[in-house]
Design a protein around this ligand. Structure first.
Ligand code: SF4
Length: 441
């Protein structure tokens, strides 16, 4: 099936599917459901994770739509970290913890590595007192290369970080600068070298295919430079143009200082870049483990955060505007600094909106998220949800198979290579009708 030409341009809006049902259906009216979920014991066997949002960055990238601040001083940071710890403390006392140890911890942002070594040590020490992570399978930490020093990496290793993710995105100085990235190419090599010296045994490098100014020659170099660094894992995103980014606003206003629409690669070009990257990584000994990731040794290297979330783990999402999921209810915190700090000052869990999922919502959620890995086991869904996932959505799977995006066998569903690269645009055929064609955020 050939996509219509307007689907092939990089238009405004979110393309990638990060959750289900879409966030635009989450409402403050459902907050009583969220509080009830926090006050129930957990479903036995459900792992529990903790996400911490560190919303500070040195500069705002022009394609970024996250809740981040570039103007906060040391006192603001300290106020925020106190609020974050207070939130974890409040959550740790809720019945839904049910004595569960943390299965995974994820520091995301923003830029967690924006914090100083002392701030990190202080934060981690207090966190571990509230919710110990000695039984945790993974402590993941996102870094911006230009914010790292060797002693900061030593502090991270010392407190138990197991997976370091470096937001490299591109190596070319002009592209980094034009897209508003704060780091320089040399800082990538320096940070990576220190991380190896300090002894991190799982390093991920993030790349973005299709940053403004990208071309084939530079993309090939980016891939070659990444392979030379030899990380355990590489994540390759395709550039989106969500609403409320500097690029998308200037496109709407045709700002002469910003890129004309033609300079942003279309989807077929970005897919070709990702396919090229995957082919090169495979030649270098990596395996493709999802629509966005390759891993050197998937038997040894795991990304627990993703694996657990995509198979229905609970997760406390802490920090301003963070997303979580507890006892069947999706939750998101209030999304302004003032409201977040204020609620915690008053000793309240700072929830802003929620969505109570049905059993069918959870089935579809896991189905679409697991398809993003390129493979799903039918027996998993029969065991967990009591239905055969393929039979339940037979017309959609038959159509996707007929169009060449996936194959169905009695045991599993596997995407084709072409299907995997554009899986997000096919997933809505599995959505219930009320959620199709809705703005995602
Ligand atoms: S570093 Fe990440 S979170 Fe910060 S502005 Fe850039 S894209 Fe956004």
């Amino acid at each position: 099936m050939t996509a219509a030409p307007d689907q092939e341009k990089t238009g405004l809006g979110n393309y990638f599917i990060a959750n289900y049902p879409p966030f635009s259906f989450w409402k403050s009216d459902f907050l009583p459901d969220a509080h009830a979920a926090l006050n129930r014991p957990p479903v036995p066997g459900t792992p529990l994770g903790l996400y911490l949002h560190i919303p500070f960055c040195r500069k705002r990238c022009k394609f970024c739509y996250f809740r981040v601040y570039t103007d906060k001083n040391a006192k603001d940071v300290s106020v925020y970290l106190d609020a974050l710890l207070k939130e974890v403390e409040l959550l740790a006392q809720t019945p839904c913890v049910g004595g569960r140890p943390l299965d995974f911890v994820y520091f995301g942002g923003g830029t967690p590595s924006y914090l100083s070594a002392d701030q990190l040590r202080g934060l981690m020490t207090r966190l571990k007192e509230i919710m110990p992570w000695d039984q945790t399978r993974e402590v993941a930490f996102e870094c911006e290369p230009g914010t790292l020093q060797k002693h900061k990496l030593e502090a991270l290793k010392e407190v138990g970080v197991t997976r370091l993710s470096l937001g490299v995105e591109n190596f070319k100085p002009e592209i980094l600068q034009y897209n508003g990235r704060a780091h320089l190419e040399d800082e990538v090599y320096r940070a990576y070298g220190w991380a190896r010296e300090v002894g991190f045994d799982q390093i991920n490098i993030d790349l973005i295919a299709g940053m403004v100014g990208e071309d084939w020659a530079n993309w090939r170099e980016c891939v070659a430079k990444t392979i030379k660094l030899d990380p355990e894992c590489v994540t390759v995103y395709q550039m989106e143009l969500p609403y409320n980014t500097r690029f998308s606003k200037s496109l709407q206003m045709h700002d002469a200082d910003e890129p004309p629409p033609g300079s942003i690669a279309d989807w077929p070009t970005k897919r070709a870049w990702v396919q090229y990257a995957f082919d090169e990584f495979v030649k270098a000994g990596y395996e493709v483990t999802s629509a966005t990731t390759v891993m050197k040794d998937p038997k040894k290297t795991h990304f627990v955060y993703r694996e657990a979330l995509w198979t229905g783990a609970d997760m406390f999402g802490t920090g301003v505007a963070s997303f979580g999921h507890v006892n069947g209810v999706h939750v998101q915190n209030v999304d302004t600094w003032e409201a977040y700090i204020d609620k915690l000052d008053r000793g309240e869990i700072p929830l802003g909106r929620a969505f109570p999922t049905s059993e069918r919502d959870r089935l579809i959620r896991e189905l679409v998220l697991q398809l993003k890995t390129g493979h799903l086991e039918r027996s998993y869904f029969t065991r967990k949800f009591g239905v055969d996932a393929v039979d339940e959505f037979r017309p959609a799977f038959d159509q996707l198979a007929a169009d060449g995006w996936l194959t169905v066998t009695p045991a599993a569903v596997d995407t084709t290579p072409a299907g995997l690269l554009q899986i997000d645009r096919h997933l809505p055929v599995l959505f219930d009708p009320q959620y199709v064609g809705q703005r995602y955020t």
